[in-house]
Design a protein around this ligand. Structure first.
Ligand code: BEZ
Ligand code: MG
Length: 579
């Protein structure tokens, strides 16, 4: 009996491990920096085309390749298959065929790929050709690079053709690059597609929280960025609306200026309370959207519904009962920087190492982001009133924080902005509630809706990028700058320890082994850019000093020796990296 159970348990673990490996393997990562004026290399192109081909593109009359293959193989519940967290044999089969056919497309073009797909999986060529034609068009655009010519034209003050700003997977029409990118019409946000996708994502988010806690969170804090909402046509905005239980409504000019309440019977769950911290870029680009979000909260707050089914009402009632706020104040949920200001500065504080304890990081976030954007009961617009007490109070009920990931190219350890925002707000919540919130992210650009905890996302990013030879060798091709990118990743990973305690100690150990303790690698890095190696080493020691990582004495001693050796290096030698 016991051995049978053990073997079942073992199989479950092996399967789980397999799925994790597959997830890392399939993750699209940038393999090197973009070189201005140079086209993509073929290897990356196949990965990119595969991702582009995994979505239906009704605007181009093109179906998703996995969906076409599934259909031809007689798989009738493909959409459900896609949302499953575990990998099935059918999924593997479909993914394998798609992998192969994109390789064939890269070698032989659209017709050859369509013929092969017909033979291999029975997909009629007429059905797949529009997709391959789209891929051919994209390939052509990727191969022709106008960046340098456009730059020269711009410098001469000549006309530059406009093009949409978006992620290439989301909207291949952003190609060719080298155009004058324009953003969005804020009144078009959220699009219908964004709202449809947001329902899936927000439901998955709530399901995950419910599964882990046995109830819904008292309130959620969302981070909304401008670029993210441009690329996704407002998925972040739509998620907030769906959590509140309202849908966007368009006026006679097709502008989203109103919301409509979704009845509780249709919603099948309580309305969530959401605190939205929006970036300075969002505030500037999406002013009408901020009004819409504030309007949605106030509409929900006035509904005649039981408190246990309307958390906005419940929390406002609680704040008003506590005595010092009126309805206008207690219902304030949209916060940003002071007008004309940007960023949280939490990233700068972390990078400088000049902070005493983690609480300071959360307090800085609130200090920078506590400006209320709302409209009071008399209809007066309030644009950027400094209101730290209102933000403190709103955050004091938050049990989950969340942000979308909007791009395959930029993840949570590529830039310091994710930890300054999502990390910053999570730390602010923790110090105000005396309890760490559950922290989640979701790739809003992948066909599957997969909510991950922050810890899972840090692990995935570390495996897929920082510790992945494909990633760091790609970076090292850029010499000095590449080493700086590796160091940046380590610093940004550290940012997740500082703001959210979200980094497993093994991550620091593996970083040390990969980049410092391997003598060949260490010498390569030091030759290329000793300055970044020094920062990287010091960051690892800081991680230890601050208690985020407790390596054995031997490892620590080696890192200390390396720091001494680098610091002893004559200045002339240090400068070599700049050549
Ligand atoms: C934004 O798109 O709003 C944004 C981008 C980078 C850093 C912070 C915010
Ligand atoms: Mg840096």
């Amino acid at each position: 009996m016991t051995s049978n159970r053990n073997s079942i348990e073992r199989d479950v673990r092996v399967m789980h491990l397999y799925e994790e490996l597959l997830e890392i393997e399939q993750r699209l990562i940038p393999t090197g920096l973009h070189t201005f004026g140079r086209a993509l290399e073929l290897r990356e192109k196949a990965d990119l085309l595969r991702m582009v081909a995994s979505f239906d593109r009704p605007e181009h009359g093109a179906r998703s390749l996995p969906a076409l293959v599934a259909e031809a193989l007689g798989v009738d519940c493909y959409d459900e298959l896609l949302q499953e967290t575990s990998i099935s044999e059918t999924r593997e089969l479909i993914d394998g065929v798609v992998f192969e056919v994109v390789e064939r497309f890269c070698e032989g073009g659209a017709e050859a790929a369509a013929d092969w797909l017909n033979l291999r999986a029975g997909v009629e060529s007429e059905k797949s050709l529009p997709t391959f034609s789209l891929l051919a068009h994209i390939t052509e655009q990727l191969d022709s690079n106008n960046e340098m010519a456009s730059l020269m034209r711009a410098l001469r003050g000549e006309y530059i053709e406009p093009g949409p700003g978006a992620d290439i997977v989301q909207n291949p029409l952003i190609l060719p690059t080298g155009r004058n990118t324009h953003a969005v019409n804020p009144y078009s946000v959220p699009s219908q597609m964004a709202f449809a996708r947001a329902k899936h994502t927000a439901d998955a988010l709530l399901r995950r929280y419910f599964d882990e806690h046995g109830r819904y969170p008292r309130a959620l804090a969302l981070v909304l960025w401008g670029l993210d909402n441009i690329k996704t046509q407002g998925e972040g905005v739509a998620q907030a609306l769906w959590l509140l239980g309202v849908r966007p409504v368009r006026d006679a000019l097709n502008r989203v200026t109103e919301v409509e309440v979704i009845p509780l019977e249709e919603l099948q769950r309580p309305r969530m309370d959401v605190i939205m911290t929006v970036s300075g870029i969002f505030r500037d680009l999406f002013t009408p959207t901020m009004t819409l979000l504030d309007k949605a909260v106030r509409r929900v707050a006035k509904l005649d519904e039981p408190l246990e089914l309307n958390y906005v009402r419940r929390n406002i009632a609680e704040a008003m009962d506590a005595g010092d706020s009126d309805f206008d104040d207690a219902g304030t949920r949209v916060f940003s920087n002071a007008p004309g200001n940007y960023g949280t500065n939490v990233n700068f504080m972390v990078m400088d190492s000049q902070w005493e304890n983690e609480e300071t990081l959360g307090d800085l976030f609130v200090k920078r982001k506590c400006f209320a954007y709302t409209r009071d009961s008399k209809g007066q617009t309030v644009e950027g009133r400094e209101a730290p007490h209102l933000m403190d109070d709103a955050l004091s009920r938050v049990e989950a924080t969340y942000q979308n990931l909007d791009s395959f190219e930029v993840g949570i350890t590529d830039v310091d902005h994710y930890f300054e925002y999502l990390g910053g707000i999570s730390r602010a919540v923790e110090t105000r509630t005396k309890s760490r919130p559950a922290i989640y992210l979701c790739d809003s650009l992948s066909p599957q809706t997969r909510i991950r905890s922050l810890e899972e996302t840090v692990r995935l990013e570390t495996r897929a990028k920082t510790l992945n030879p494909k990633w760091y060798e790609g970076m090292l091709k850029h010499g000095f700058r590449g080493v700086a990118e590796i160091e940046n990743h380590v610093a940004n990973t550290f940012g997740w320890s500082a703001t959210a305690d979200a980094v497993d100690p093994w991550i620091y150990t593996e970083i040390s082994k990969t980049f410092l303790l391997d003598p060949i690698m260490f010498n390569r890095l030091r030759e290329l850019n000793p300055h970044s190696v020094r920062s990287l080493t010091e960051r690892l020691l800081e991680a230890h000093d601050r208690g985020y990582w407790n390596p054995d004495e031997d490892l620590l001693e080696k890192i200390r020796d390396i720091t001494v050796a680098i610091n002893d290096q004559p200045e002339g030698q240090l400068k070599r990296g700049y050549r």
